[in-house]
Design a protein around this ligand. Structure first.
Ligand code: PLP
Ligand code: COI
Length: 341
């Protein structure tokens, strides 16, 4: 792929081949040498645990070309720590934080020509994955692992970008179990979300707003993103053990506090949706995607959040500040960016 041919401002959220991916194998009880690879395929045993029993975890983070021309990776450390939690959660070998960081920086540097220009709205999505590689038929953890990082230039996750979209509540499917793998970034969670997600898309919704899988009383996650709302000027977001702790949500909460906005991470009932002023899905891919309307498909209730079809004022302010930090337009007071020298 010739990066000069890419229409940076009109990229979608899809896979675009780049020059290199970075790999490291865990074997005989230790991590080996870092390998730079230009092949897009991997060679694995047909009986690998990743294939049969879902020992697969991943991460998602982004690198941005700043106003000053420098490349910044947003919250590298937080993602390095989260994949360790995912690994421990499903009995995989945790990748050392320093190894993760080194490989991510290499992946960005070696594919520098694919980092979209400042002002295009696009970014370089960094996708680390870890796979259980040991061949076996018995249900037990692998002894060998492959950790690799691929990258791809991306535009907005929802094609509408920062335009409010409609989402729906559907009780027929759960993404995760109450004390299951939702808090970790495990591939199987996404397989479990496909049927509901596709049904929502067919009905014209951008995502499913899942309810807590135990009682179906409280809000949980919004498709592949966290959910937040503004109520009485406060930032409220669901707290639950089945939710993936979003780094974007954490960042937006901090930005909200920096602006003097109070933050509440707590259980939020479905009924409370009639009392909110703004809502959005947030995540690395979604950034902050404002919500226009939430339709409860089971009760027929329609919660109109954006009366004029525009993003809410506070959501816009938080979104702009997050983007400004990522693009190096304002001071990075929390030390979230790693500059790729
Ligand atoms: N929730 C789920 C299920 C996700 O897949 C993601 C995406 O990573 C998020 C939340 C948002 O997390 P983050 O902001 O760390 O990307
Ligand atoms: C992300 O926001 O990074 C995600 O992982 C969401 C999705 C593309 C799986």
């Amino acid at each position: 792929m010739n990066s000069a041919e890419l229409d940076w401002s009109n990229l979608g959220f899809g896979y675009i081949p780049t020059d290199y991916n970075i790999r490291c194998n865990f074997k005989d009880g230790k991590w080996g040498e870092i390998e730079v690879c230009s092949s897009e395929t991997i060679n694995m045993h047909m009986a690998a645990t990743a294939l049969h029993y879902g020992q697969e975890i991943f991460e998602g983070l982004k690198a941005f070309r700043g106003k000053d021309g420098k490349i910044r990776i947003f919250r590298l450390e937080a993602n390095a720590e989260r994949i360790r939690k995912s690994a421990i959660g499903i009995k995989m070998e945790p990748v050392p934080v320093e190894l993760f960081k080194k490989m991510a920086i290499m992946a960005v540097k070696l594919n520098e020509r694919f980092v979209p220009p400042y002002g295009s709205g696009a970014s370089l999505y960094i996708r680390p994955i870890e796979l259980g590689m040991t061949a076996g038929i018995g249900v037990k953890p692998s002894k060998e692992y492959l950790f690799m990082i691929m990258v791809s230039p991306v535009g907005p996750y929802f094609k509408e970008g920062f335009k409010p979209t409609n989402i729906c509540i559907m009780r027929e499917f759960d993404r995760v179990a109450p004390k299951g793998t939702g808090r970790w970034k495990v591939g199987g969670n996404y397989a479990a979300s496909l049927t509901a997600g596709e049904r929502a898309h067919e009905l014209g919704y951008s995502a499913v707003l899942y309810l807590d899988p135990r009682e179906k009383r409280y809000l949980d996650e919004c498709g592949p993103a966290n959910f937040f709302a503004i109520k009485n000027g406060r930032y409220i977001t669901p707290a639950s053990e089945s939710i993936l702790p979003s780094v974007t949500n954490d960042s937006l909460q901090q930005i909200a506090r920096d602006f003097g906005i109070e933050v509440e991470a707590r259980q939020i009932t479905v009924e409370e949706l009639s009392e909110i002023e703004e809502a959005a899905a947030c995540g690395t891919a979604a950034v902050a995607s404002p919500v226009a309307e939430i339709d409860d498909l089971d009760t027929g209730m329609k919660y109109v959040i954006s009366k004029n079809g525009e993003p809410g004022e506070i959501t816009t302010k938080l979104y702009n500040q997050l983007r400004a930090i990522q693009n190096g337009e304002v001071e990075d007071i929390h030390g979230w960016n790693t500059i790729v020298e």
